[in-house]
Design a protein around this ligand. Structure first.
Ligand SMILES: [Zn+2]
Length: 83
């Protein structure tokens, strides 16, 4: 299972700590979708899963991907862009 981190304005959050139920549901939904999309992503060379960080900054969402090498990062981006 790949590592997924959520950050709001630079602060790491955990869905179980979100008080607002609608927001919590939206975050859990997104997490499930990302897991679905990335469930098969594994570096063929290093057998590592990527680390994905979703950043919410000033109401905008950015996704950062880190991995053992560029190849797994590319595979992750591909999987994210093409469900
Ligand atoms: Zn690799």
């Amino acid at each position: 299972m790949f590592k997924l981190t959520l950050k709001v304005n630079g602060q790491e959050i955990r869905p179980e700590e979100i008080a607002d139920p609608l927001r919590k549901m939206a975050i859990e939904d997104m997490r499930t979708q990302l897991r679905q999309k990335l469930r098969n992503v594994l570096c063929p060379e290093h057998h590592q899963t990527p680390e994905v960080t979703v950043l919410f900054q000033d109401g905008k969402q950015h996704i950062q991907v880190q991995g053992c090498c560029q190849r797994v990062v590319d595979m992750t981006m591909q999987a994210l862009l093409h469900p």
